[in-house]
Design a protein around this ligand. Sequence first.
Ligand code: SAM
Length: 288
Amino acid sequence: MSKRPELQIDWAQAWIERDEERSRPAGKEKWNKRAKGYMLHSKCKSGYTARFLEYLNLGPEPKTILDIGSGPGVLSIPLAFEGHTVYALDIAPNMLKVLHEIIESYDEPEKSLLKERIHTIEGAWESDWEALGIPEVDICIASRSTMVHDLNEAINKLNHYAKEKVAITVVAQASPKKDSKLYAAVGRDNGFGFDHLYYFNLLNQKGFTPEVRMICSTKNEKYQTKAEAFEKAREMLGDMTKEEQRRLKEFFDKHLIRHEEDGESYWSKDYGHEVRWAFMSWEPKSQR
Ligand SMILES: C[S@@+](CC[C@H](N)C(=O)[O-])C[C@H]1O[C@@H](n2cnc3c(N)ncnc32)[C@H](O)[C@@H]1O
């Protein structure tokens, strides 16, 4: 047997061990609560959405698409407008409720078109998809929604349900949940995982060669008060020592700016926190 270390690793098992180390992901209830906040995202096509669709590169022919962890339709809606039939699967009923509300907010004929082309299904990665009536489709996508403990099984499921293509995005060392500058400011290692490497390596180990492209953006939150900015930082960093709190205060004294715009006043950082997603796509029936 080869001694090369990368060939010794069982990437499916490595992912399970990695996943067990991290804090529990948000469950159905947390996602339900977040649904309203996602409302805005679905009606305006963000840079992220535009890149995802560009890299997905579907062409003019209508396809059937399973959008796993669809949320309120950030991708389901533009894909339906492009002529595709979409099965939007999500664990959180409130996300799907918001998706229906967004569809209802369109005028005719768009409203009827979206109603006809988007089918919502409440369910999870782990559900019995056959029992949920999910059909085999041309394309499976999972955008910012691969919250799975058993990655190997999830990939098998994607490959089983997609006839032509699978496309996912996975955090690539710059997460929306972690601002690397804040970690550095308090003197901590930023703790970013290399999630995308597990996906890439496991796919290769299973005989697929995913195409990988990066989708980069920045995020800059608004805070009503300085105290809110500290609270959000505390949520991100967890418990802090006295010294870390002192460093955080010093950092915020330099980098929090007050804005007054059109009668609105708020605080924000003087930089955008970097977010990077690895877009990976592969042909499910093209195992080497
Ligand atoms: C970050 S949002 C992404 C939404 C959308 N795909 C996008 O790119 O904007 C993650 C979505 O995955 C859903 N989700 C979380 N865990 C899930 C699971 N185990 N099965 C199915 N959906 C899940 C959440 O309810 C949420 O709508």
